[in-house]
Design a protein around this ligand. Sequence first.
Ligand SMILES: *Cc1c(COP(=O)(O)O)cnc(C)c1O
Length: 427
Amino acid sequence: MFENSVKAYEEAKEVIPGGVDSPVRAFKSVGGTPPFIDRGEGAYIVDIDGNKYLDFVQSWGPLIFGHCDSDIEEAVINTCKKGLSFGAPTLLETQLAEEIVDMYDNIDKVRFVSSGTEAVMSAIRLARGVTGKNDIVKFEGCYHGHSDSLLVQAGSGMATFGAPSSPGVPADLTKHTLLCEYNNIENLKKCFEDSNDISCIIIEPIAGNMGLVPASPEFLKTCRELCDANNALLIFDEVMTGFRASLKGASGILDVQADIITFGKVIGAGMPVGAFASSQKIMGELSPDGAIYQAGTLSGNPVAMAAGLVSLKKLKANPAMYEELNKKAVKLINGLKEVASKNNIGLQVDTRGSMFGFFFADKMPKNFAEVTDFCDFEKFGKFHHEMIKKGFYFACSQYEAGFISTVITDEDIDACINAADEIMKNL
Ligand SMILES: *Cc1c(COP(=O)(O)O)cnc(C)c1O
């Protein structure tokens, strides 16, 4: 039933490292062959063997309207016909920037880039340039893209100084990255006691890259206070949560506000787009107005802008959509929890807007170490594999969040819960 994908995977591995262009796609943590996708159809994807799956991954978040939304498709095609790229200003960039600025009180200006990685990298340079300081505080389990200084893990010995988590990253490039535990206020305070060179805290305020693990309100408040007291900037990495957790992202449902926000995923609707945004004062330091350099040949690409613009306009026109998306997310995870407990399996679940997460565990993890320590990865792997066989495509790692799109129906969700019930009987 996966014959063509098995063959395609072997062929891909001949010419592409691991057969994939981003490691998670290789299914390493769950085993098996990743289905090669032929096409999307609304809430579904279809692989090259003709298997059809209900898609809870949605290209890792961007596709809040599902696949092949006709409005987005039309905008992209019409824009394509006028040329793919100019490396010169277009109206579409201003229009998309206006949509984003309009939605956030603390944002005056936006700069577009081509990926979330690039957005975060640029936001950190901006924070360092504005404050004139070097260190950055990052939390274990938060993912901010693959740039050198963010590929860190806890070093042996000294707790806070990050060690490279990948060969190829010189320790000299991570020595300014101070690694703290998520949701650990004491740890964070200590970090600020140890360094007087902190330029910024970067955080996923609702973490979606260690499974769904929201920061506690007190923890975020402490982040804000420590930044204010130490002339550091607070960066919310909303590449995943932006226009996902709510219409105003995580910022829209939290009491604490950031100084700089990064975006990606939904603002490109499936095209390669990232952005970072801040106040007039901070963004004024960016070149060509200011001295902090940042650039990109394809930044603000018109086709990508057109896709994002239609998407955000549609979301804005119907803000009640987020309640419906969340209702579906809650229906799904409550259903999964119910069938899990019926089968004597501990399942921890949570949602934020159109995002959902579940852990095979008896209590809810609140940081990366707890996810690693007490969540059952073997069970997850089996569950994932069996669900794929039944036509339900969940993210292939317990470290990933799941997503609801507007085209997923209650019937889809019921079918998913029934399939999970069957599988959990033998888990
Ligand atoms: C996906 C993601 C990134 C990286 O974005 P890319 O487009 O993959 O470079 C950064 N931060 C967060 C929170 C993300 O979820």
